[in-house]
Design a protein around this ligand. Structure first.
Ligand SMILES: *Cc1c(COP(=O)(O)O)cnc(C)c1O
Length: 355
């Protein structure tokens, strides 16, 4: 494969029961820290971050703020927590946030905004491209009236289900929110994938958002952590919520070092994951029994006859290949899978469906 990044050097053996290597396509969260990343962790200068004393956490936060174009940033253990911190910092009790029905913050974070923040979600349909229709946003913003929760925030997600939100849509949606007095938050767990796919800078990719949450532990390859970027005031407020949520960590530079390494070294190489996903989709599409999505980034979905699921899963497992089967077959490429691995995966599929 012609790429600027030597695949063999980036591919790490994936730890698994029994110690043998598996090809793990369940998610891009399964990556192992590379030797260079582990060295950055080993040699990181650390201090007590609750006192603000950890130089590596401070360096990561400064780097993230600069890279994404915000005044400040906050490091936290997970993307669920950085999203929740953002919601808590933007909204108060009796406020509401507008969010997609399929959005991670609404659907996959345990209802944290409602449970812990008394923030009412106003879920709206996601269009097939992942956007929320502008007229739906417009119609859901409530007038100032004692009957209504106060509409405070619009939250979007990019990428969403591996799809990149159209840039013009992002511009229009965030402008509409601001015009109506709402703040804007981006769940940018995979925003680096979106930026690389579009060939734009990270700053450009988050334009229009008052805050953004970015996962370091997905395609970027860090073992732990997310950053929330925003105004100095929002991040100060966020620090209080992070402490309350149990996210105040001590010598966190050990893991922040991995996040900093990931942001500095593993962004542009996401193009390789995207190319791999596109290649795998094309191979699987040759199999008549399968309907394969066209991946925009590193995630593809495969629809197949229901009765094939169990057998296929067993055939893949026999070759030490892991995939997500429910609710649909999902395959995610990342820095620990090579083109050669995917050739093996495609061969197992072809053999199973006998093509
Ligand atoms: C993974 C993910 C998160 C955060 O997940 P954590 O596992 O808590 O880090 C948030 N939003 C989206 C879209 C995600 O994919």
């Amino acid at each position: 494969m012609s790429t600027a990044y030597p695949a063999a050097a980036s591919a790490q053996p994936s730890a698994a029961p029994g110690g043998a290597r598996w090809i793990d396509l369940r998610s891009d969260t399964v990556t192992q820290p590379s030797a260079a990343m582990r060295e950055a962790m080993r040699s990181a200068a650390v201090g007590d971050d609750v006192y603000g004393d950890d130089p590596t956490v401070n360096a990561l936060q400064a780097y993230a703020a600069e890279t994404f174009g915000y005044e400040a940033a906050l490091f936290a253990p997970s993307g669920t927590q950085t999203n929740l911190i953002a919601l808590l910092a933007h909204c108060g009790r009796g406020d509401e946030y507008l969010v997609g029905q399929d959005a991670h913050t609404y659907k996959y974070e345990g209802g944290g905004a409602a449970v812990l923040g008394s923030i009412q979600p106003q879920p709206l349909s996601n269009q097939p491209d992942g956007s929320i229709a502008l007229h739906d946003i417009e119609a859901a913003i409530k007038p100032h009236d004692v009957h209504f929760a106060r509409s405070k925030l619009l939250a979007l997600e990019n990428t969403i289900g591996g799809k990149v939100l159209p840039p013009q849509y992002v511009q229009q949606a965030t402008a509409l929110a601001h015009q109506r007095g709402l703040a804007t938050h981006l769940d940018g767990a995979r925003i680096c994938n979106a930026a690389v796919r579009q060939g734009i800078t990270l700053r450009q990719a988050v334009q229009g958002f008052d805050s953004v949450s970015v996962c370091l532990s997905k395609g970027l390859g860090a073992p732990v952590g997310s950053v929330l970027c925003g105004s100095r005031q929002l991040i100060e407020e966020g620090k209080r919520w992070r402490k309350m949520l149990g996210g105040g960590m001590r010598q966190a530079g050990i893991i922040a070092a991995a996040g900093l390494y990931a942001l500095q070294n593993n962004v542009q190489r996401l193009a390789e994951d995207h190319a791999n996903a596109t290649w795998l989709a094309a191979e699987l599409a040759k199999i008549g029994a399968l309907q394969v999505s066209t991946p925009q980034t590193n995630i593809l979905f495969v629809t197949m006859p229901r009765d094939a699921c169990q057998g296929l899963n067993a055939a893949l497992a026999a070759e030490r290949i892991r995939v997500s089967m429910a609710p649909t077959l999902r395959l995610v490429t990342h820095l620990d899978v090579t083109r050669a691995d995917l050739e093996q995966v495609a061969a197992v599929f072809a053999h199973y469906f006998q093509q």
